[in-house]
Design a protein around this ligand. Structure first.
Ligand code: SAH
Length: 221
């Protein structure tokens, strides 16, 4: 990829990206650091070239294998909510997909760990991390239902796939005071849920209705 391709022209130019940021502000995203990172992250390299002209629309787009790149609004919203706790040392993501959310997070926290169950998606994400020099992101091909206990406990866990109930084993990989943000539900209705680990257990807060791909079990080659 040439520097110009990375920088973007026409429908992938800085002007187009700035329009996306204006749209996110209109939708209520407030954290200036999050908005700046979205403005500076080349989302067009996370999708197929045939879709790159749509990369700065505020929509989810297909990335193959029946999966999607998350909508920029939801990436911004989940990131902004987690950052409300203060600076984050380590964050675990379930569902790397194309790697966009991981790269956004990597610019705002010290270390990102991300798990993906579909091998070719994981490999492509790895290549993009190299291209963007996101050296503080560690990726693994595995079933994220089990978290990544060797690297935990984490300040925050973000799931980009929706299980039908809160996975206890993930919540248990949080530090005390740490937060898990996760869509819970099925293909008809899901709610974005924020789980906080306290000294004596967990508390839960519902954020808003969302629509994510389902959290599946096992891995895929
Ligand atoms: N984070 C991505 C979103 C990818 S969509 C972005 O930045 O746009 C969600 C991803 O979760 C898919 O790639 C899907 O394969 C993955 N996924 C679903 N269940 C999983 C599981 N149990 N473990 C790991 N990844 C999972």
């Amino acid at each position: 990829m040439t520097p110009l391709q990375l920088q973007g022209i026409g429908m992938t130019s800085q002007r187009t990206r700035d329009r996306l940021v204006d749209r996110l502000k209109e939708r209520g995203i407030r954290n200036p650091d999050v908005l700046e990172v979205i403005a500076n992250t080349p989302r067009h390299i996370f999708v197929d070239e045939a879709l790159s002209h749509r990369a700065y629309e505020d929509t989810a787009l297909p990335i193959g294998f029946g999966q999607t790149i998350s909508q920029p609004y939801i990436v911004a919203r989940m990131t902004e909510i987690l950052l409300e706790q203060g600076p984050l040392e380590s964050v675990l993501e379930i569902g790397t997909g194309c790697g966009y959310q991981a790269v956004v997070l990597a610019q705002l926290v010290n270390r990102v760990y991300s798990v993906e169950r579909i091998a070719p998606l994981q490999q492509k994400a790895k290549d993009r991390m190299k291209l963007l020099r996101a050296n503080n992101v560690k990726l693994k091909h595995a079933d994220g239902n089990w978290g990544w206990s060797d690297e935990g406990p984490f300040d925050a866990i973000l799931s980009a796939a929706a299980p039908d109930h809160i996975p206890v084993q993930l919540a248990e990989q949080l530090k005390v005071g740490g937060q898990l943000i996760i869509p819970i539900g099925d293909e008809r209705k899901q709610v974005l849920t924020l789980v906080t680990r306290n000294e004596d257990g967990f508390s839960k807060k519902i954020i808003e209705d969302v629509m994510f791909v389902p959290m599946l079990s096992g891995t895929q080659k």
